[in-house]
Write a protein that binds this ligand. Structure first.
Ligand SMILES: [Fe+2]
Length: 374
């Protein structure tokens, strides 16, 4: 047959050999809602029964989730439990509400159980058998997870059993058994890059964090190295009436507000920071700055401190994975010096004006003039 005489083929036939997305094809088998949003409130999302895992669920595709990662919310009914599962993709989990426990099968076959409650976070070691239990007979428990499923399903397409039925054990991913009890090791690197190596943080609000002056307003932060993950994670703290410096980095940083209230401004280079995207936050809100890149800046208007948890981007501080996107590099260096940060003296003066107005609305004293020197 002469190629020059080929007729335009049936689009449905073409769809079998052109432009396929194995992750999306898998998603279609899950029977769950998929929220495609700039930001969501994980506490309020409507969920549907999840046949594969038990309980209720919904996938969350944030505008800034990146090509590598996804998120989902999973609810375990009162007194309920999920089905035993294991999978060849990584999963970092944040407890949105309720209390319960996770059972993990260790490499030697023993079963280890740890208990969690709202405000906790943990990492499931790659391909570890695990199961969740709700610890309350009257209240649901809601978990939010960020995973590497999209990239893994894309790489091993047409073979979901390779992902979900793979017997391989990765002993090094489990770390010390103490890590499942909330203990860990502090791995000093430098401000902004120090690591807390663990598998479980029982309370993100009380974890001690080293100060990170370069990001502004005497905020503090620590990298969380969960289960030798290739996904970055960190927890950040900033005081009442303060805000961090604006900066940008690659997409995929899923930001969960853990405590406090306030807002974030997000804008692309050349856009007006005050007339682009604003995400108002409270515990349970999740958003991710998209590629572009997108500058973003976080503002705490609450009477107490605010903390947020980040899962992603793909490529952790321990395992960069992507040579082109080394997580964290340049995030606290001025854009004028080749980094990705807007120093206070370079920011739009209306940012402070807006913040003072927003603090006044909540009766929160604004402490920023002492950091800005204005
Ligand atoms: Fe950021």
């Amino acid at each position: 047959m002469a190629i020059s005489t080929v007729d335009i083929p049936d689009p449905e036939v073409v769809a079998t050999y052109h432009g396929r997305n194995p992750y999306r094809e898998f998603l279609a088998t899950e029977g769950l809602p998929v929220y495609e949003e700039y930001s969501v409130d994980c506490k309020m999302l409507e969920l549907a029964p999840w046949q594969r895992l038990g309980g209720l669920g919904a996938y969350v595709h944030l505008t800034g989730r990146s090509d590598f990662l996804n998120a989902f919310v999973h609810e375990i009914p009162p007194g309920g439990q999920t089905k035993l599962e294991h999978h060849l993709f990584e999963k970092l989990v944040h407890v949105i509400s309720g209390r319960g426990s996770t059972a993990i099968e260790l490499p030697d076959g023993r079963r280890h159980i740890f208990e969690w409650a709202e405000g906790a976070a943990f990492g499931i070691p790659l391909n570890a058998k695990h199961q969740y239990f709700n610890g309350s007979g009257t209240e649901p428990a809601r978990l939010a997870s960020v995973t590497t499923l999209p990239i893994m399903m894309g790489l091993f397409h047409n073979s979901p059993d390779f992902i979900f039925e793979n017997p391989w054990v990765f002993p090094q991913r489990f770390g010390d058994e103490r890590y499942f009890n909330g203990e860990g090791e502090f791995r000093p690197v430098r401000a902004g890059a120090h690591q807390w190596e663990t598998n479980f943080v029982p309370n993100l609000n009380t974890l001690e964090l080293p100060i990170w002056h370069e990001r502004g307003a005497a905020g503090s932060s620590i990298t969380l190295t969960f289960a030798e993950s290739v996904m970055h994670s960190h927890i950040s703290h900033f005081d009442s009436g303060t805000y961090k410096k604006g900066h940008f980095h690659n997409a995929g940083a899923n930001i969960f507000l853990v405590s406090g209230h306030g807002y974030s401004l997000l804008w692309k280079a050349g856009e007006d920071p005050l007339n682009s995207v604003r995400v108002d936050w409270k515990p349970g809100v999740l958003f991710a700055p998209p590629d572009g890149p997108t500058y973003h800046q976080h503002f705490n208007t609450s009477a107490g401190p605010a903390r947020y948890l980040v899962f992603g981007p793909f490529g952790s501080r321990r395992y960069n994975v992507l040579e082109s996107h080394k997580t964290g590099d340049g995030a606290d260096v001025s854009a004028k010096e080749g980094g990705y940060q807007v120093e206070y003296e370079d920011e739009d003066p209306r940012i402070l004006e807006l913040f003072e107005q927003e603090c006044a609305k909540h009766g929160t004293p604004c402490k920023m003039r002492e950091f800005l020197g204005r």
